[in-house]
Design a protein around this ligand. Structure first.
Ligand SMILES: [Zn+2]
Length: 264
């Protein structure tokens, strides 16, 4: 299994991080995409450093839509540099969040466009965070057309929204939300999307799946989401694991794990 989106910042996991990673490795997680956003560029720097130390961790760097209004030019310049560091496999998470609207919508849109421009310049895929803003996000993705495509992380739409992103060439990543009672539309989208276009993620430390809901999430809980996805699609979990792992490696262009055979 691959956790295609988790936050492993010192702020969340500091002292316990190696135990958290080991629990995930023990149940068969072979790679982690560590998303470095927030606290200026501190989280991005941590993600890049972590990826340099751990062979199964890869990094993304970016500006979260929540932080669009507070990101300085100096921080944008630093992100531009970090995006070119070894083992950085994507730009983000960036995007639009009209639910919390911590930054004004027009400022979020500009930051999203700027992030996609960085993705184009570096040849990296874009990791998009979209909440209550699917129409505007799809329009920006269509206009800015990141050449390496990208992932709609923690997808929260239904079939219509899924179709729009898939038509633009993006992948959909499903989180623990799939296990929540009130997420019928997301489950429909997860059953609808082609098998070669879906990913799984924890978004740890957020969004712990049932039965861990309400507590701190961690990459080992990816198994719950993967199992739910397998049930929805009527396929064995091993098949969903194989497909989502391949898809994650394809979109982020991760090297093939030498240990992926041993796990099976
Ligand atoms: Zn995230």
């Amino acid at each position: 299994m691959i956790d295609s989106h988790c936050h492993l910042d010192d702020a969340y996991f500091a002292a316990e991080r190696s135990a958290v990673l080991d629990r995930a490795r023990q149940i068969g997680v072979t790679a982690f995409v560590c998303v470095g956003v927030g606290r200026g560029t501190a989280a991005a720097e941590e993600a890049v450093a972590l990826a340099a130390r751990e062979p199964d961790i890869f990094a993304t760097v970016g500006v979260h839509p929540h932080d669009a209004a507070v990101t300085t030019e100096a921080q944008w310049a630093e992100l531009d540099r970090l995006a070119r560091a070894p083992r950085v496999v994507g730009v983000g998470e960036t995007g639009l969040d009209y639910h919390y609207e911590h930054s004004p919508r027009d400022v979020q849109q500009l930051a999203y466009r700027r992030s996609i421009a960085l993705a184009r310049a570096t040849g990296l895929p874009v990791v998009s965070h979209v909440r209550d803003a699917h129409l505007d996000a799809a329009a920006i993705l269509a206009a800015e057309a990141p050449a390496a495509g990208g992932v709609i992380h923690c997808f929260t739409g239904g079939v219509a929204e899924a179709r729009a992103y898939l038509d633009l060439g993006h992948y959909l990543s499903f989180s623990g939300i799939l296990t929540f009672k009130n997420a019928g539309n997301v489950r429909e989208a997860a059953a609808f999307a082609p098998l070669d276009r879906i990913l799984v993620e924890t978004d740890a430390p957020y969004l712990a799946p049932i039965p861990h809901r309400g507590g701190r999430n961690e990459p080992a809980f990816i198994a719950e989401t993967l199992g739910t996805l397998a049930g929805l699609r009527g396929l064995p979990a091993a098949e969903i694991d194989r497909a989502t792992s391949e898809n994650t490696r394809r979109v982020f262009r991760l090297p093939n794990a030498a240990d992926s055979a041993a796990r099976d």
